[in-house]
Design a protein around this ligand. Structure first.
Ligand code: LLP
Length: 477
């Protein structure tokens, strides 16, 4: 019994004896192709009835002698018994390794996009491993500062920063602010007037966010680089050039670079090269020290997908920079979110009901759902499911994994494959839920949000406690 291997996986820490050769050939089905958060298992060669693919699991995942899956040396079924379900479980070694890969690939200016998953422990971890942190609201700024991350390691984003958010970011001394609109430039002008005098000559470093007019091949909700976008200044319209002019005339501000983010869950790294090609024409004549290409590197959610690595992404961007005449001394950076945390995390649920509708389908209902993972509902995102007690088992039974919310659309995995003997009371896991799961969780139907636990070296550390029923009324007057 073993997990299904993958061809040319991205995982440098394969768990030797837990990995068995298998139908890994399915892996390349979408590599180099187009995929988005809407990618489904259907993109692959058909229903995957083998054990869950190794490359969907955290680095330290291993099957124990009894057949149960452990992560970070902690048995997942024991964890569910001890801490309850639903539960977000993160492999701390995997998180650290991905942060280090990001720094190796891009240098110390690379920022972790905290919107993918943020709590104080995650903020500290990313900072400890050498990353800057991208925060896009006053709330993310608050959490990062509360975690003790020095402000100069923060990059302040947001397409509608309020004056209060900007004031706090400036007062804290964020390392970079990414300017998104002319109204924001007005605010910046007011807030920084006379500032250089007050701050001993320190001017706030800013980047100007531009939309290069490049359409990333991904779901339209997470596409951001096109001209028709609420983000940034258009290149084609001349807005970006006008923004640069204005920023250069603000005495309290130092324009240090250009930023662009073309979209998220991008599998075709050529899209980034396309963006660089367009950006270079604008960036090079400005003679600025920094160019940030945003985040967006895709990850595999289902066994049939295989994503480019952090290193491949950086090399593609750098090669294109060189080709397009971006000076070699330029600090070329990025802001990966999903690719740092997605595969490090998985969600554990407990099966509550199994409803067989003869001739139609079987619904397996678990104790969470769209409140802890809204991605299938929002983007039609595909996921897989498996039983941690039998992670190496064949998954021949076709079921629909659903949640406990009062909506028919509350589906976690529309076409899940599970072992034949799945039963009420089983712990079910959905892998690759580390990004945009907890961070987009809600209290819909007054379901308390799950706990988040980091596992490492045989120990589990609760980094966000489970909400209680009392938490559900704490804001009521
Ligand atoms: N930088 C900027 C300016 C961004 O807007 C984003 C993501 C990132 C970096 C990080 O992108 P990543 O490496 O994580 O793809 N909720 C959606 C994803 C929305 C992404 C928004 N911006 C989802 O669940 O797929």
């Amino acid at each position: 019994m073993g997990l299904r291997g993958t061809s040319g996986g991205t995982d440098p820490h394969a768990v030797g004896d837990a990995v068995a050769d298998g139908a890994g050939g399915a892996a390349a089905a979408t590599s180099g192709g187009v995929s988005g958060p809407g990618a489904h298992a259907a993109a692959g060669p058909g229903p995957d009835t083998g054990p869950v693919a190794r490359h969907l699991l955290p680095d330290t995942a291993a099957i124990g002698p009894g057949g149960g899956l452990s992560v970070g040396g902690v048995d997942l079924c024991d964890l569910a018994d001890d801490l309850g379900t639903p539960l977000f479980v993160y492999d701390e070694a995997h998180l650290r390794s991905r942060c280090r890969q990001a720094v190796d690939a891009w240098g110390r200016g690379v920022a972790y996009a905290t919107k993918a998953f943020l709590c104080k422990a995650m903020a500290r971890l990313a900072y400890d491993e050498g990353m800057c942190l991208d925060v896009s609201t006053g709330g993310e700024l608050h959490v990062a500062l509360s975690a003790g991350v020095p402000a100069e390691r923060l990059v302040m984003h947001g397409n509608n920063k309020s004056e209060a958010e900007m004031e706090r970011a400036l007062a804290a001394g964020v390392g970079r602010m990414v300017v998104d609109s002319f109204d924001e430039i007005d605010r910046l002008e007011r807030l920084t007037a006379g500032r250089a005098g007050r701050t001993g000559g320190h001017r706030q470093p800013v980047l100007v966010r531009v939309t290069p007019g490049v359409e990333a091949h991904t779901h339209e909700f997470v596409r951001t680089g096109q001209d028709d976008s609420k983000f940034g200044f258009g290149l084609a319209s001349g807005a970006a050039a006008a923004a640069v002019d204005r920023l250069r005339r603000l005495p309290g501000v130092e324009l240090v670079g250009v930023h662009a983010h073309i979209g998220s869950q991008v599998f075709r790294i050529g899209s980034f090269a396309d963006a660089v090609e367009v950006l270079a024409g604008f960036f090079v004549p400005l003679d600025l020290p920094e160019l940030c290409v945003g985040g967006g590197l895709g990850v595999a959610y289902v066994g049939s997908e295989e994503a480019p690595t952090m290193g491949e992404w950086a090399v593609t961007v750098r090669d294109e920079c060189a080709r397009a005449g971006v000076p070699g001394a330029t600090r070329v950076t990025a802001e990966p979110g999903r690719s740092v945390v997605a595969t490090a995390g998985l969600t554990l649920y407990r099966v509550g009901t199994v409803k067989v509708v003869p001739g139609i389908r079987t619904f397996v209902a678990v104790d969470g759902g769209m409140s802890d993972n809204p991605r299938p509902v929002l983007y039609g995102s595909g996921y897989e499911a498996f039983l941690p007690r039998a992670a190496g088992a064949e998954r021949r039974r076709a079921v629909r994994l659903v949640g406990k919310h009062c909506e028919s659309g509350d589906v976690l995995v529309a076409d899940a494959r599970v072992p034949d003997d799945l039963a009420v009371g089983d712990v079910v896991a959905t892998p690759v839920t580390g990004a945009y799961g907890y961070s987009m969780a809600s209290n819909y139907n007054k379901v308390p949000r799950p706990a988040v636990v980091f596992v490492s070296g045989g120990r589990a550390r609760v980094v966000v406690r489970r909400e209680t029923d009392d938490d559900l009324t704490r804001l009521d007057s």
